[in-house]
Design a protein around this ligand. Structure first.
Ligand code: HEC
Length: 302
C-alpha cells in the first residue's frame, strides 16, 4: 500500500471511531433524557408538588408530601395491607391517617360535611360521600413498604406503569368484603387536592323531578360512570373533554359509537369501554339514556 493510501485509511478510521463515539454519546443522552421524561414525574419532582387542602374550594392549607410525612405526624403514619385492585394482589403501603389530617386542617365540623373530593394530577376527580370515609376510614398511601416502585398498571384505562404519587387513596378491603367487591372504585391516585364539600356540589347535575325517566336514568349512569373524567357544563372531572362541548360538535351517532367502544374509533384512547359486558340491546339502551341526559343538561343551561 502506498504511504499516501495508508495515511488516508488511518484518517478514515479516526473519523470513523470519533464519529461513532459522538453518535453513541448523542444516542445515550437521548435515551437518558427520554427515560427521565417517560417516567413523567421522577420522584424528585413529586417531592415538590404541593398538596392542597380546600374547604368548599377555599384554600386552607398547602403541604408538601415531606411535611405530611414529617416527624410531627409520626403517629399518623402507618402500614396498610390491602387487596390492590389494579394489580389484583395483596400489597402493603406506607400511608397517612386521612381522618387525623381532616381533624387537623378542617376542625371537627368536617364530620357534618357532605363528602370529600380528590383531584388528581391528570384531572380525574373522585367525589366520595363522607359516610363512606367515616365508616371505612381510608388512608393516604405514599410508598410501598418493600421498597418496590409506587406504581400500578391500570389496564382498564389503557395506562401502564402509572406513578401513584404523591398520594393514593387506599381502603381496608381485606377487612370489608363489600369494598373488595367494588374493585378500584374510589381509589383515586396522583392526588394533589383534597376538598371538603359541605354541600353536595353535584346537585346541579341532577335533572328536576319533571324530567322523563329516561333522562333520570341517564343521569345515574353518567354520575356513576363518566363524572370522574368528564364535566358537563363545567362540573366534573377534567381527564377527558367537557361533554357539553362534544355534544354540540359531534353527531349523535359518532358520540354513541365512541361511548360504546372508544378504542375502535381511537386506538390510543385511555377511556374505558364500559358497556361491553352488557348485551348489545342493553348497551344501546343505556347509551341512549346517557345521550338524552347530556342533551337535556346542555339545553337546560341555555
Ligand atoms: C377514566 C376516564 C374516563 C371515563 C370514566 C370516561 N371517559 Fe370519556 N374520555 C376520556 C378521555 C381521556 C377522552 C379523550 C380521548 C380518549 O382518550 O379517549 C374521552 C373521550 C370521550 C368522548 C369523545 C370525545 C371526542 O373528542 O370525540 C366521549 C363522547 C366520551 N368520552 C364520553 C364518555 C361517557 C358518556 C362516559 C361515561 C359512560 C365516559 N366518557 C367515561 C376519559 C374518560
Amino acid at each position: 500500500m502506498s504511504k499516501l493510501k495508508e495515511e488516508f485509511m488511518k484518517k478514515i478510521k479516526m473519523v470513523n471511531t470519533n464519529f461513532f463515539k459522538i453518535l453513541f454519546f448523542v444516542i445515550g443522552m437521548f435515551v437518558f433524557s427520554q427515560s427521565t421524561f417517560a417516567i413523567g414525574y421522577p420522584s424528585k419532582k413529586l417531592a415538590e408538588i404541593k398538596i392542597q387542602w380546600t374547604d368548599q374550594g377555599q384554600l386552607i392549607q398547602e403541604t408538601l408530601l415531606k411535611d405530611l410525612r414529617g416527624p410531627s405526624y409520626k403517629s399518623w403514619q402507618n402500614q396498610v395491607k390491602v387487596w390492590e385492585p389494579h394489580a389484583q394482589k395483596v400489597r402493603v403501603y406506607h400511608a397517612l391517617n386521612l381522618i387525623e389530617f381532616l381533624n387537623k386542617f378542617f376542625g371537627p365540623t368536617w364530620k357534618k360535611a357532605h363528602g370529600l373530593s380528590f383531584t388528581c394530577r391528570d384531572g380525574y376527580i373522585a367525589h366520595i360521600p363522607l359516610k363512606e370515609i367515616r365508616r371505612y376510614q381510608p388512608m393516604l398511601a405514599y410508598s410501598m413498604v418493600n421498597g418496590e416502585d409506587f406504581r400500578v398498571d391500570n389496564l382498564k384505562q389503557n395506562e401502564k406503569d402509572v406513578n401513584l404519587g404523591p398520594l393514593y387513596l387506599v381502603w381496608n378491603n381485606l377487612r370489608y368484603s363489600k369494598l373488595k367487591a367494588q374493585g378500584a372504585k374510589n381509589w383515586p391516585y396522583q392526588i394533589v387536592a383534597i376538598n371538603l364539600e359541605r354541600k353536595d356540589p353535584l346537585l346541579a347535575l341532577r335533572p328536576d323531578k319533571h324530567a322523563s325517566s329516561q333522562i333520570k336514568q341517564g343521569h345515574k349512569i353518567f354520575a356513576k360512570n363518566c363524572l370522574t373524567c368528564h364535566a358537563i357544563n363545567k362540573l366534573g372531572g377534567q381527564k377527558g373533554p367537557d361533554l357539553s362541548e362534544i355534544i354540540s360538535l359531534k353527531s349523535e351517532a359518532e358520540i354513541k359509537a365512541y361511548i360504546l367502544d372508544p378504542r375502535k374509533l381511537n386506538p390510543d384512547s385511555i377511556m374505558p369501554a364500559m358497556f361491553e359486558k352488557k348485551s348489545k340491546k342493553m348497551a344501546q339502551r343505556q347509551i341512549q339514556f346517557l345521550y338524552e341526559y347530556l342533551k337535556f343538561q346542555i339545553q337546560s343551561k341555555k
